[in-house]
Structure formats: C-alpha cells, structure tokens
Design a protein around this ligand. Structure first.
Ligand code: GTQ
Ligand code: FE2
Length: 346
C-alpha cells in the first residue's frame, strides 16, 4: 500500500466577517458552524512521525516510579508514551489509534480485578513471578510473553514474590472514545465465562470443535508464551530479505488476537535488512533482543533491547539488524484500517 505523504493544510480561514452579524447570532444560537470555519476541513493525514522511547530513558523513570506507594497509584503504575507528533492527540495515543505505556508491579502488589470496553495486551519486559488472571484463566508473565485481555474480560494482576514485573501495555483507547463507548467496571468479577484451558489449543493445527461462535470476537488463548513465539518465528520460512515473521492468531478463526489489534514477532539475522514496505496500520514496536536501526519515513530510529518505537501507517519502513539475531514484537491497528477498506486506496 502506498499513501500520499505530508500534511495537507486547509485553505486559510476565510474572513470571519464573511457572514453578517445577524447570521452570526442566529447560527451561534442554533448550534451551527459554517463548514468553511470548521476544524474538520484541516486534514491531518500523514503528519504523525515515528517516535522512540529508548529503555535507557524509560528504565530510570520506571525505577523512580516504582518507589511511589500511594495506594491509588499502586494499581495503575503506568507511564504512558504519548507521541508528540500526533495532531490533536486528545486520547494520548502512542501510534495511530493505539495507546501504550510501561507498567510496573512490585513484589507483593496486586492490581485488583476490573474490566473495560478497551481491548488490551501486555508484552512482558521483566519479571519472574507475576501473573495476570484473565476471565479466571491464570497467565504467567515471563519476559517475552504476550498476555491479551480482550474488551470486557475481567482481569487482575498479581506479583506475589520475586522481582518487579514490568510490561508494555497496549490498548485501543482512542477508538472507544471516538465511538463514545469507553466503559469501565471495577470488580469483584461477576458472570465470568467458562473458557477452555490454553492446553486445549496447544496441539498445532488441532483445536476443540464447536468453538467458532464463542471465539468469533476474540482469541480463547490469553497467554502466548515467549518460548512458543520464539520457536514459531525461528521455524517460519525467511522472506526474500531474510526476515522471519510469526503472527499471533486466534487459533479457532486464524484472525487477529484482538478485534482491533494484530500482533506479530519478527526475527532478523545480524546484517540483514528488510525490504522497504509500507505498513497498512500504525504499529507499536517493542524490541525483545538485538540492536539495529529502522528507517521510517524521514526518521531513523537506532534501537536496542526493551526500546519502544512506532511506525505510522503508510510510511515506508526498513529495519536493519546490526547485532543479532534481533526480535521485535509489533502490535498494529491495521485491523481497523482493513475493516474500513482503507488498504486499497492510494
Ligand atoms: O493493566 O489493566 O495501561 O486497565 C491502562 C488501563 C493498563 C491494566 C493500562 C488498564 C491497564
Ligand atoms: Fe485493565
């Protein structure tokens, strides 16, 4: 897919005196705005730029944040990464329609059960004893694990012992706010669904029959272990440019893990560089291991382990691995673009 780049600015605002003072009074009283004075004609496509939150910046911030012990903060010790290049970013997005933050749960801490309309995922950076319970299913949180909490599923985080657990949260807040449908409910959980255990889906190519309807909205697997993802990407055939890509899927439908967020893991060998591609969705990337640089539109990002960087939709991107192998986790809002049939437009 290719898209035109660069900001398209609306013509200069016409003279506010173009309409008579009487008409001005009348339209104001009637809650009417002339289109030529409306902010909706200031098109903003293409103005988002790639952005980078290096771990060397985030790590000391998270270490300092971990010392805060105010109870209200304990359960949401999250530092959000807000992309300053996104115009009118009321939803504090990181890339496209995706919000992202780094959360820390210290030993002995609990984030109490709740649910919300937003679809969310966590990609674990550090930890040994933490877990998230999703709709009653216990999901261990080990480095490199992906844990999804689909919209309106009950979830709670625990870190009974051991080291702090740190992870990247990625949520589709903006679309829920745009639809005026962002909802939150505190626990205790009620009306939890009975979802088949993850081991029912652990036999490659075979899944329990009859779950199609129940699994249409989201994946019945809530935890994708790092070791499984690594094995899958290592076994994936390399593309012509040497990159290997494994996609996290809903095992029943083959669809994305969340209705609005598609995830994959890329592996690049040392010295390899990907072909220049356009991304149909906007991406939040988390570097699992390795070092390299990515050319994204006009921006060059030099990345290392636990760095977070973004890829705005429609921008040409090429990743180069300088110390490898490199593994990069990517979460994209491309599902939303696809659902709106935007991919075919050039
Ligand atoms: O851990 O459940 O970053 O509910 C924002 C909202 C994390 C969570 C966020 C949440 C969570
Ligand atoms: Fe939550």
């Amino acid at each position: 897919m290719s898209q035109s780049q660069g900001a398209q600015t609306a013509p200069a605002m016409p003279d506010q005196n173009a309409i008579s003072s009487e008409l001005r009074r009348n339209v104001t009283a009637a809650n009417i705005i002339p289109l030529w004075e409306s902010g909706t004609t200031a098109f903003v496509q293409g103005t988002e730029q790639a952005f980078h939150w290096p771990w060397r910046v985030m790590q000391p911030i998270m270490q300092e944040t971990a010392r805060i012990t105010i109870p209200a903060i304990l359960e949401r010790r999250v530092m959000m990464m807000v992309n300053p290049t996104i115009p009118r970013n009321e939803s504090e997005c990181c890339s496209g329609l995706l919000s992202a933050g780094i959360q820390a749960l210290m030993p002995g801490e609990v984030a109490r059960p709740h649910r919300h309309s937003m679809h969310a995922l966590r990609f674990v950076l550090e930890g040994d004893g933490g877990e998230t319970i999703v709709e009653g299913k216990h999901c261990a949180m080990l480095p490199g694990d992906l844990v999804v909490t689909p919209g309106w599923t009950w979830h709670e985080h625990h870190n009974p012992q051991g080291r702090p657990t740190l992870w990247v949260d990625i949520l589709d807040v903006a679309i829920h706010r745009a639809l005026r449908n962002d909802r939150f409910q505190p626990g205790p959980p009620q009306g939890m669904k009975d979802i088949a255990p993850d081991r029912a889906f652990a036999n490659g190519g075979l899944v329990p029959a009859g779950l199609e309807a129940a699994s249409a909205g989201y994946s019945p697997i809530f935890r994708y272990a790092a070791e499984d993802a690594n094995r899958a990407v290592d076994a994936a055939p390399a593309g012509p440019d040497g990159a290997r890509l494994a996609r996290y899927v809903n095992p029943v439908t083959g669809g994305p893990v969340l209705p609005t967020i598609d995830c994959c893991l890329m592996r690049l060998e040392q010295g390899a560089a990907t072909a220049s591609l356009h991304s149909s969705g906007s991406c939040v990337c988390v570097v699992v291991e390795g070092e390299g640089e990515s050319s994204i539109g006009d921006t060059l990002v030099a990345w290392g382990p636990k760095d977070v960087f973004t890829i705005p939709h429609g921008q040409p991107v090429s990743h180069r691995c300088l110390a490898g192998p490199a593994r990069i986790f990517m979460a994209s809002d491309g599902v939303i673009h696809d659902r709106l049939q935007l991919g075919a437009r050039t």
